[in-house]
Design a protein around this ligand. Structure first.
Ligand code: ADP
Length: 262
């Protein structure tokens, strides 16, 4: 559809802008990094406090380099093909609930100011084929948004369901959704929420969470379904094509390296 084309165009120009910025930053910090390292290695002529200061500088440069690298990862969507593998959305749902615990359980434990998270998982759910890290990242973002939408507490559900095949597909589809009982979105917000940089959170928001999810969904041929009502809550679902036949479950749960934002 036209909206999808527009959205892809926006993501593409955003990606170009990001890689341009990353390139400039890398060029600028490289000499700073080399000279600082050089100074630290030349034993002589440095006082202890001078050395400490340079170490602080070096660490700051390292942080910037890491941020730039992450930014690159984030937008390198079309270039590199990540390997798709069969994965269980039920398992991801459980992981994501755990990984985000600090965010939703970290509320004042007063009456009515608690976010209750539960999972409702359909038994015998077909696997889907995808990049596990990406889908996990998308779900984490959905949970964060849901928590943001419930400043005075509420219910958060991560739900999986098997649905009939989408048009042109031979296998049942599989949906994972995050539902909250939060503030909801008005019509304009619902229409625009996938746009990069669209946020209603002011300084606290980046407006990139759902844009990123949109990119991830596209790569997985997943459909995004958004239902929202002001004052009642929001449900955002991702619907994938199910794998044709059951695949033996992965041996061990993959290692998860994720830290929740402060
Ligand atoms: P950010 O969270 O930084 O604002 P997003 O792209 O994740 O960026 O979200 C864009 C906007 O969509 C949010 O600012 C908010 O207005 C709206 N939104 C997203 N998820 C929800 C939700 N679960 N409930 C209400 N509004 C939401």
């Amino acid at each position: 559809t036209q909206q999808a084309v527009l959205q892809q165009e926006r993501l593409r120009s955003l990606g170009q802008m990001a890689s341009g910025i990353a390139h400039d930053i890398n060029n600028a910090i490289l000499p700073a990094m080399l000279y600082t390292e050089g100074l630290l290695e030349s034993e002589k002529g440095l006082s202890t406090s001078g050395r400490q200061q340079l170490e602080v500088v070096l660490r700051a440069i390292d942080d910037v380099a890491a941020t730039v690298a992450r930014m690159g990862e984030f937008y390198r969507q079309h270039g590199r093909q990540m390997p798709f593998a069969p994965l269980s959305l039920n398992r991801l749902a459980q992981q994501v609930g755990e990984l985000t615990r600090a965010r939703w359980s970290d509320m004042p434990q007063q009456r009515g100011l608690v976010v209750n998270l539960r999972t409702e998982l359909e038994a015998d759910l077909p696997d889907v084929s995808g990049v596990e890290n990406e889908i996990r990242e998308a779900l984490i973002n959905l949970v964060f948004n849901a928590v943001d939408a419930m400043p005075s507490g509420g219910d958060l559900v991560i739900r999986t369901r098997r649905l009939p095949p989408r048009e042109g597909e031979g296998t049942d589809s599989v949906c994972i959704e995050v539902a909250d009982t939060g503030v909801g979105m008005d019509e304009e917000t619902r229409k625009r929420c996938l746009e990069p940089f669209f946020t209603t959170k002011g300084e606290r928001g980046t407006g990139l969470g759902l844009a990123m999810i949109y990119g991830i969904a596209q790569r997985h041929h997943a459909t995004i379904d958004i239902e929202s009502e002001v004052g009642r809550g929001t449900t955002i679902g991702l619907r994938f094509a199910g794998c044709p036949r059951p695949v033996a479950a992965a041996a061990a749960p993959s290692q998860v390296a994720y830290r929740t934002a402060a």
